[in-house]
Design a protein around this ligand. Structure first.
Ligand code: FES
Length: 149
């Protein structure tokens, strides 16, 4: 009894398989690095919940500053009566960066004329939701902004 089974593959088919496999390997070796180069790298969301947004005295009354809260911008407002208010600077409509309007004394999104009050609530315009308001603490000469727990 013979345990060695012969597999009878014609030489021509074997060469075709080999050639086809080589071509696929070549295409994959060109496409993979190209796709990896084109695709943006995944950046993990920085879970920063507290930042030093500014120094006391850095902002004149009735002015503002944009700062980074993790990977997103926040806005720190020094009101005319001396309070510090902080909130997300990302408009809830289509994600534009908002600004403080000293002439109106509230927050404004230039993209589609969205208006928010200093509590982050929508006054007018297309934004569907209020802005996320942050907690502000003054520690020494630093203004610390934190996400509300
Ligand atoms: S993105 Fe702010 S109003 Fe449209």
């Amino acid at each position: 009894m013979n345990n060695n089974k012969e597999v009878n593959i014609p030489r021509r088919s074997f060469i075709d398989y080999l050639l086809g496999g080589s071509i696929l390997a070549l295409i994959a070796s060109v496409l993979y690095p190209t796709i990896k180069f084109i695709m943006p790298p995944k950046v993990p969301e920085a879970s920063q919940s507290s930042v030093k947004a500014a120094k006391v005295g850095e902002l004149a009354p009735n002015s503002y500053k944009i700062f980074r809260m993790g990977t997103k911008p926040g806005i720190l407002i020094h009101t005319e009566d001396g309070k510090f208010i902080a909130m997300s600077a990302v408009c809830t409509h289509l994600g534009c960066i908002i600004q403080y309007r000293p002439d109106m004394q509230h927050v404004w999104c230039a993209c589609h004329n969205g208006h928010f009050d200093l509590n982050g609530k929508v006054i007018s315009g297309p934004p569907p939701l209020p802005l996320e308001v942050f907690q502000v603490n003054i520690v020494g000469d630093e203004i610390i902004v934190s996400k509300k727990g």
